[in-house]
Structure formats: C-alpha cells, structure tokens
Design a protein around this ligand. Structure first.
Ligand code: NAD
Ligand code: UDX
Length: 434
C-alpha cells in the first residue's frame, strides 16, 4: 500500500514513520523546505525518543521518503492523511481549520485514481462534512472517500502509543474507506487492538471528549492536592486509593502545576466553543479551562511568596521548562506563564532543561540558561521543579543544597522524597503532600 502524510510535525512524522514500519510505502509532505531538507539529511525537527532510528531504518529500506511536492506524493496513493496543525484561532478560541481545508483542496486537485482522504489532525465535529464539500467543489468527478482517524499518541511516548494503542478510531462513510484503513492498521490486529468504525461525527467527537476528560481528571486531582495541603493528607495516597477503583483508573492522577502541551489547552477550548455554538455547553470543561489557567498564575505567586517580601533581585533556579519530560515541545508549557511572571517581578531566573531547543526563543530573553541542573541551582535562593525529567530524580539533595545560596525548594512535580530533602537541610514544599 502507498500513502502520503501531509504535515511533518509531531503527528505526521511519527505516524508516517510508524506506517512505514508496518510495511507501507509512505511519502511525508511538508510545506517547510528546511524541515524536509533536514529530514532528508537525517535531522529530526523535533526531539522524540526513538524517532531518529525509526526514520533512518525506514528511509534506508526505501519505504519512507520526504518531499515538498504534494502533487507527486498524492499520485498513486491509496490514502492521504492530513496531519497539519489545528491551533487555536485568534480571537474566538475555535480551532483554526485553514491548514486542514487548504491541504484538503490541494489533495483533491492532485488526486488521479481513487483515494481515501483521512483527517488525522484533531478537528471539530462537522469538519469531515466540510472536507467532503471542499473535495466535491474542487473535483466533482474524483472518486475520493473522506474519513477521520484521530490520533491519540502522547509526546515523549509517541512511537509506543502509535504501535500499541488502546484503540484505533476510524470515522467512515463507505466500505472502501473502511477496507483501506483496516488494511493499513492490519499489524495491530495481531495484538488485538480494538478498531472502532463509527461515523465521521462520532470519530471527531471521540478525540475531543477523550482529551477533555483527561484534562478534567488532572484538574480534579490538582484541586484535591490543594485540599490535601490544607487538611494534612497526602495526595499520592489519595490518588492511589482512588485509582485502584477500576472505574476510576490510576493514570492521569498525578498533580502538578497545571496541564499544558500542544493538545489539552487548545482542544478543551475548541470543544467548549463547539458545545456553546451547538447550544449544549459543557460547563465542566469550561470550568476546567478556567481552573487550569488560574493554577499556572497561582504557581507563580507561590514561588514569589516563597522568596519573601521582596523577590526583586533574588535568584531562582528552574529545573525543566518543556510541558512534560521527553519532549522539546514548549507549546502551552506552564513555564510560559510562570517564568514571565517571575521575570516581571524582578527575579533573576536561571533555567535548565535537557532539551532546550525551542525554549530559548519561547521564554523571555531575561531568562538565563544553564548547561546542567546543578549549574541552574548554583547560588540560587530557591530551586523550582517545573518538569519531571528523570535526571532530576537522581540529583543528590546534599549536592543540590551545597550548590544553592538559600534553602528553598519548590517541587511542583513531586519528584523528590520530602524526608530526604529535609534531612539535607532544605526547606522543601511540593504539591499536595504534608
Ligand atoms: P505541527 O504544528 O507540529 O505540524 C504540522 C505540520 O504541517 C507543520 O510542519 C506544517 O508546516 C505542516 N503543514 C501545514 N500545512 C501544510 C500543507 N498544506 N501541506 C504540507 N504541510 C503542511 O502539528 P502536530 O503537533 O503534529 O499536530 C498536528 C495535528 O495533530 C493537530 O491537529 C493536533 O491537534 C493533532 N494531534 C497532535 C498531537 C501531539 O501530541 N502533538 C497528538 C494527537 C493529535
Ligand atoms: C495528550 C494526550 O494524552 C494524547 O492522547 C493526545 O493525543 C495529545 O494530548 P500530550 O499532550 O503529549 O498528550 O501529553 P500528556 O502526557 O497527556 O500530558 C499533557 C499535560 O498534562 C502535560 O502538561 C502533563 O504534565 C500534564 N499531566 C499529565 C499532569 O499534570 N498529570 C498527569 O497525571 C498527566
């Protein structure tokens, strides 16, 4: 089988490389010539564990190619996947569908034989029908089936999530699309992955409902953590006791500085807008968005309060600025709210992240970058953990304390053992633990 993957971002690149690993011939297309030239030379535009090797092996075996030529890639393809961005539209919070619609039209014009046009981007319910209309307008004669195949991979674990997903969702209108998509995902049948074939509308909504539910779950445990701090309970014990109930489940009950990333913030907002427009507002999601936004501001206030009455000129070492570990993605990272607030209060911020590639341009110029965690802590009045990279867990409390000038550590990801930190003479506070 042959496919074209439109968009060489996190989703297009990972999905394209994984389909190639399944034995499919894949052409990954992007409008950005630098990205494509870099990929041809073996340079990954993003940090994702295992991706460079997976790409290299499949390029070597001739199943994976990169191009800016959409027309050539679409020619002879059984299916074309749209994996372009759907960022928040400026002004109203809806998803910006301009990239999806433009790419759909380009594909329709380029199509020769029958093909399945599959939206992998996260798109609001109704987008598939609009894509059908665009295709019909551009090429009334072309035998193009429109399908939806939302992607559930997480950054940092993207290859594992794609290769061993909990489920595959396909939104389809016709048997041809179902047959092609099921053939593409055939290797997953061997590991008994459920494949749900549903309507276009249901597939589109499953993606938003799943993301919003996880965002609600995180926000819930964050608020329970706040309560734990007030009443002397330990949020990890509470989360474990809740999560062992199979109806609740243990995952996504880890408290922190608020969820971020390229999906939850924009997808919760877009779902809330869709629901309002449909006259069926989801107040739980609206509240989650507001609580999560406020949380990031509260985290900055908490750090400033820990610095004493006059934070101006005091130094804070920040460990981790990406929105989660094992990625270099800065989109909607809590650090983007917290660090500017510290800088605005006159704090001298020195940050360290194992993958600082996109961080420097995303954060205020006043943020200084250190080459190691201990160098960020050197001479600091306080150290703050914003992202739970594994290497922070391995830091010795004694060495951390020895590097610092002050003794305040705010661990917003609960990576350290409170007793060990206190034994090293550190004034330690974390989220939801006594
Ligand atoms: P991204 O911004 O990293 O990549 C999108 C790419 O598409 C860019 O490289 C851009 O140059 C390219 N592009 C745009 N228009 C094009 C066109 N007409 N032709 C060729 N290339 C074009 O985006 P992403 O993070 O990969 O997300 C893509 C979609 O997948 C979004 O809808 C997102 O919500 C969804 N999604 C993302 C994740 C994630 O973890 N990042 C997970 C699941 C779903
Ligand atoms: C998310 C979804 O999990 C994935 O299915 C979807 O395809 C894309 O969006 P991603 O954003 O890559 O994936 O990472 P995820 O692990 O879900 O974390 C998102 C945010 O929630 C991060 O800021 C993370 O720190 C936070 N989080 C996650 C918590 O604060 N606590 C948790 O228990 C889990």
């Amino acid at each position: 089988m042959r496919i074209a993957m439109i968009g060489a971002g996190y989703v297009g690149l990972v999905s394209g490389a994984c389909f190639a690993e399944f034995g499919v011939d894949v052409a990954v297309v992007d409008v950005d010539p630098d990205k494509i030239e870099g990929l041809k030379a073996g340079r990954m535009p993003i940090y994702e564990p295992g991706l460079d090797n997976l790409v290299a092996e499949n390029v070597r075996d001739g199943r994976l190619t990169f191009t800016t030529d959409l027309v050539a890639a679409v020619k002879g393809a059984d299916a074309v996947f749209l994996a372009v961005g759907t960022p928040t539209r400026r002004g109203d919070g809806h998803a910006d569908l301009s990239y999806v619609y433009a790419a759909a039209e380009q594909v329709a014009r380029a199509a020769e034989g029958p093909l399945v046009l599959v939206t992998k981007s996260t798109v609001p319910v109704g987008t598939g029908r609009e894509v059908q209309a665009i295709v019909r307008r551009a090429r009334p004669d072309a035998p193009i089936s429109v399908a939806s195949n939302p992607e559930f991979l997480r950054e940092g674990n993207a290859i594992g999530d794609f290769m061993r997903p909990d489920r595959v969702v396909i939104g389809v209108d016709d048997d041809h699309a179902t047959t092609v998509l099921k053939r593409l995902y055939r290797p997953l049948y061997l590991i008994e992955t459920p494949v749900l074939a549903v309507s276009l509308e249901s597939a589109e909504l499953i993606k938003y409902a799943a993301n919003a539910f996880l965002a609600v779950k995180i926000t819930f445990i964050n608020e329970i953590a706040d309560l734990c701090e007030k009443v002397g309970a330990d949020v990890h014990d509470v989360a474990r006791g809740m999560g062992l109930d199979g109806r609740i489940g243990r995952k996504f009950l880890h408290p922190g500085p608020g969820y971020g990333g390229s999906c939850f913030p924009k997808d919760t907002l877009a779902l809330a807008r869709t629901a309002q427009d449909a006259g069926s507002p989801i107040r739980l999601v609206e509240t989650t968005i507001a609580v999560n936004d406020a949380r990031k501001v509260q985290m900055a206030e908490r750090i400033l309060a820990a610095l004493g009455p006059d934070p101006k000129g005091r130094r804070v070492g920040v460990l981790g600025v990406t929105f989660k570990p094992e990625t270099d993605d800065m989109r909607d990272a809590p650090s983007l709210v917290i660090l500017p607030a510290l800088v605005a209060a006159g704090v001298d911020v020195r940050a360290y992240d194992p993958q600082p590639g996109h961080a420097r341009q995303a954060l205020p110029a006043a943020v200084d970058f250190a080459g190691t965690a201990l160098a960020a802590a050197e001479g600091a009045d306080a150290v703050v953990v914003l992202t739970e990279w594994n290497e922070f867990r391995a830091l010795s409390p004694d060495r951390l304390k020895a590097a610092m000038k002050g003794d305040v550590v705010l661990d917003l990801r609960n990576v350290w053992d409170p007793a060990a930190m206190r034994a090293a003479g550190i004034t330690y506070s974390s989220i939801g633990r006594p």
